[in-house]
Design a protein around this ligand. Sequence first.
Ligand SMILES: NC(=O)c1ccc[n+]([C@@H]2O[C@H](COP(=O)([O-])OP(=O)(O)OC[C@H]3O[C@@H](n4cnc5c(N)ncnc54)[C@H](OP(=O)(O)O)[C@@H]3O)[C@@H](O)[C@H]2O)c1
Length: 322
Amino acid sequence: MNQVPFANTGVQLSQMCLGAMMFGSRCDEAEADRILGAALDGGINFIDTAAMYANGGTEEILGRILPGRREKLFITTKVHAGVDGETIRASIDGSLKRMQTDHVELYMIHWPQPQMDLHEIMHALNDVVVAGKARFVGFCNCPAWVFARCNRIAEANGWAPLVCNQVPYNLIERGIEVEILPQALAEKIAITTYRALVIGLLAGKYTAGQPLPANSRGETDPRVPVWLSKYGDGIERLKKFAAGHGVPPAHVATAWVCARPGVTAPIVGVSTLAQTLAAIEGFSFELSRAQADELASFFDTEVKEEAGGKFPELRRALDLGV
Ligand SMILES: NC(=O)c1ccc[n+]([C@@H]2O[C@H](COP(=O)([O-])OP(=O)(O)OC[C@H]3O[C@@H](n4cnc5c(N)ncnc54)[C@H](OP(=O)(O)O)[C@@H]3O)[C@@H](O)[C@H]2O)c1
C-alpha cells in the first residue's frame, strides 16, 4: 500500500482510507472487526467515520474493536449535526466516549450550512485542538472560497488551520476539478474523496434494464437508478475496459481517482470483508494519464464552463504556482 503525505503536516498515511460508514448498518460488528483486521494487515492506517453514521452506532462499534489497534490508526471523525460552537465542542466528546479514545487525529465539520458563522466554527475547532481532543481539523464538502476564508480567520487569530477537505469525486461527479483541486495543490490541502464507486455503480454491481440486486444499497438509495439510467452506457464501457485489463471495474474506478492530481486518498466504502480485500488489491492497479483520459471520455462529465473555453485552461490550471 502506497504511503502519501497528509497535507503539510509531516504525517504519512496509507493511500487507501477505510470508510466505516456501513459499520452498524449494512455490516455487523463481527464483520467490521474482520474488515479492520484485514485493513491493518493490508497496510492501511487511515480510517474515516462520523458521529452521525448509524446514529453513533459506527463509533460505538469502533470503540469495541479498536483496543490493541488504536495506536496504529489515524482516525477521522465529524461533527454530528449543526455547526455552532456549542455543538462542535460537545460532539467531539460524544465521539471520543463512543470510540473509547481520548483524541482523534482529524476532526471535521460534516456539511456547510446556510448562515453559518465561520469565526465561531474556527474558534470552536481551535478549542478542540487546544484541549488535545484532535490533532488536526478540516471541513467536508466545503467550497474552496469558504475554505480559504476559514483559514484567513484562523491565521488572523493564531488558530489551528483547516488541513483537509473531504469531498465526493468519481468519474461522474467531477465538480471539485474547477476550484477545490487547484486550491488544494496550491495550498497543500489534503483532499480525501468519497464515493469512488458511486455507491457500487462503478463496481459493475448494477446493470441498466435489469432488476437491482437484492440486499444492495441501490434498493434504498434513489440516486442509484437515476445515475444508472443516465450513465449506463459509460458503465458498460468501463466494464469492458476493466475486462480488457483483467481486473474488476472497481479497481479501474478507484485507480482513476488516485491518478488525479490533488487527490490525497480515496475513502473506500465497504460493506463486507470480501469488498475490503478486493479494494486493497485494487490499489496496486495504476492508470497512465492517457488511460485515465480515455475512461473520462466514456462519461462526458467534465464540468463545462463559460469564458470562451478559457476557464479550464486558466482557472483549473494545476501549475499556476500561486
Ligand atoms: N463527508 C461526507 O459527507 C461523506 C459522505 C459519504 C461518504 N463518506 C465517507 O466515504 C466512505 C465511502 O462512501 P460510499 O460508501 O458512499 O462509497 P462508494 O464507493 O460510492 O460505495 C461503496 C459501496 O459500493 C459497493 N461496493 C464496494 N466494493 C464493491 C465491490 N468490490 N463490488 C461490488 N460492490 C462494491 C458496496 O455497496 P453494497 O453494500 O450495496 O454492496 C459499498 O457499500 C464512507 O464509508 C464514509 O466514510 C463521507
